[in-house]
Design a protein around this ligand. Structure first.
Ligand SMILES: *[C@@H]1O[C@H](CO)[C@@H](O)[C@H](O)[C@H]1NC(C)=O
Ligand SMILES: *[C@@H]1O[C@H](CO)[C@@H](O)[C@H](O)[C@H]1NC(C)=O
Ligand SMILES: *[C@@H]1O[C@H](CO)[C@@H](O)[C@H](O)[C@H]1NC(C)=O
Ligand SMILES: *[C@@H]1O[C@H](CO)[C@@H](O)[C@H](O)[C@H]1NC(C)=O
Ligand SMILES: *[C@@H]1O[C@H](CO)[C@@H](O)[C@H](O)[C@H]1NC(C)=O
Ligand SMILES: *[C@@H]1O[C@H](CO)[C@@H](O)[C@H](O)[C@H]1NC(C)=O
Ligand SMILES: *[C@@H]1O[C@H](CO)[C@@H](O)[C@H](O)[C@H]1NC(C)=O
Ligand SMILES: *[C@@H]1O[C@H](CO)[C@@H](O)[C@H](O)[C@H]1NC(C)=O
Ligand SMILES: *[C@@H]1O[C@H](CO)[C@@H](O)[C@H](O)[C@H]1NC(C)=O
Ligand SMILES: *[C@@H]1O[C@H](CO)[C@@H](O)[C@H](O)[C@H]1NC(C)=O
Ligand SMILES: [Zn+2]
Length: 320
């Protein structure tokens, strides 16, 4: 997850790579790539709950608090406002009134922006999180800030749960149909107008967040506590990584690594814009649900199950 326009509101320290970050960081120049982040932004990038991580599915504990989310204005076809080349990603700002709650979060969070991470075309993957070692072609991040903090990003990055990030993997849609789905085809139609760092375009009404997230069961996800994945790497993020990927045709995925550039229109193409995985963190997920159950065995199973949950919560208590 990256933090650009929003941080600009409060921090305002210019850098060569991103007008809003306190340090000049980058993905590829050896003088500022991720191997240097723990030095150039040591306060947080060198921390102990850094993101992204490799999620080991078999090690995820179950937590029945991880209920469904409520998504407000995710069906609003005017909520995607502008699309910008930040020099390190493509970021879309979201209008007011876009919110999430539930999902085991402590309160409602405002959805502020979304942005993407990618590799080099659909065959060189560039998601940030990996699952059981698998890296997906792309990853979409929706950045949310605690509503009680009133979009004050200084306060949000100083709060261990000030931000909630939703991570969605993007995978190659099978078949040879191009331009799929229409929402992603529409979104990527703007890329040719934001080739240069700093360029921004208004997004015409017509596509919603729900359109972009189509096909994902948003009740199935992993949860852990981590950080921003770009400097300053603040450890302020409640991460939600959804299990189902968004399926996008390879021609649409390929547009990211072949269209936008890191600086002017003769600079390098923006490729491999992701941070490598950091040390593991405790990950939780929903209890396995089983709708097809038969009477007697299922009640025995549910007794065993609650005992299992009790043991788990005692263990969780001891660890805390
Ligand atoms: C960063 O630069 C160093 C050289 O200083 C290089 O060894 C390393 O592979 C680079 N990492 C990335 C992710 O580009
Ligand atoms: C990062 O943290 C490690 C372990 O705490 C420490 O050994 C190292 O010197 C730190 N590096 C920087 C640049 O602060
Ligand atoms: C679930 O939520 C309750 C109420 O907030 C809390 O007391 C409990 O510790 C949570 N359980 C887990 C496993 O996080
Ligand atoms: C949809 O979003 C736009 C932009 O944020 C907002 O002005 C409008 O009121 C929203 N529509 C509804 C029905 O909430
Ligand atoms: C990205 O892929 C293109 C096309 O396959 C290739 O020409 C280019 O060298 C690759 N760039 C990097 C940085 O790997
Ligand atoms: C955010 O909160 C801090 C601390 O209360 C305050 O100093 C700052 O002015 C606020 N920033 C904005 C943009 O309101
Ligand atoms: C595209 O898919 C259709 C149906 O699956 C198939 O008949 C056709 O040969 C495919 N075309 C290419 C170029 O792969
Ligand atoms: C798709 O994007 C174009 C701009 O690239 C816009 O003019 C058009 O209205 C959009 N179509 C839909 C259906 O949203
Ligand atoms: C690059 O941008 C400059 C200035 O905006 C423009 O004059 C030039 O034609 C552009 N070159 C290409 C290859 O698009
Ligand atoms: C659900 O429970 C039924 C019977 O209790 C069992 O046969 C089935 O394998 C279970 N399915 C899953 C996905 O656990
Ligand atoms: Zn991100």
């Amino acid at each position: 997850m990256t933090w650009f326009v929003v941080v600009a509101v409060s921090i305002l320290v210019p850098s060569a790579f991103c007008a809003s970050d306190a340090v000049a960081w980058c993905y590829h120049d050896p003088t500022c790539n991720e191997t240097t982040w723990s030095t150039i932004a040591a306060q947080y990038c060198n921390g102990t709950r850094q993101s992204p991580i490799n999620i080991v599915s078999a090690s995820a504990t179950t937590n029945s608090n991880l209920t469904a989310f409520t998504f407000e204005n995710y069906d609003n076809t005017s909520a995607l406002q502008t699309i910008k080349n930040t020099g390190a990603t493509v970021q879309v700002t979201l209008g007011p009134g876009v919110k999430i709650s539930g999902g085991g979060l402590s309160e409602t969070y405002d959805s502020l922006q979304l942005h993407l991470h990618w590799g080099n075309g659909s065959s060189i993957p560039g998601s940030e999180h990996t699952v059981d070692g698998k890296r997906y072609p792309m990853e979409l991040h929706i950045v949310n800030s605690k509503s009680s903090l009133n979009r004050n990003t200084t306060l949000a990055v100083a709060d261990p749960t000030g931000l909630a990030a939703l991570g969605f993997f993007i995978d190659v849609r099978p078949g040879n149909k191009t331009g799929q789905p229409a929402s992603w085809s529409n979104l990527t139609s703007y890329l040719s107008r934001i080739i240069k760092n700093g360029q921004s375009e208004n997004i015409a009404p017509g596509i919603s967040l729900d359109n972009l997230l189509s096909g994902v069961d948003r009740t199935k996800y992993y949860r852990y506590h981590g950080s921003l994945t770009t400097p300053l790497c603040n450890e302020a993020v409640v991460w939600t990584v959804f299990k189902d990927p968004i399926m996008v045709s390879s021609d649409v995925i390929d547009l990211f690594s072949t269209t936008v550039r890191i600086s002017d229109n003769t600079s390098a193409l923006m490729v491999n814009v992701y941070r490598n995985v950091q040390p593991a963190q405790p990950v939780s997920t929903q209890p396995r649900s089983n709708s097809s159950s038969s009477s007697s065995s299922s009640s025995a199973a549910s007794v065993r199950y609650s005992v299992g949950l009790m043991v788990l919560s005692i263990v969780g208590f001891l660890i805390r």
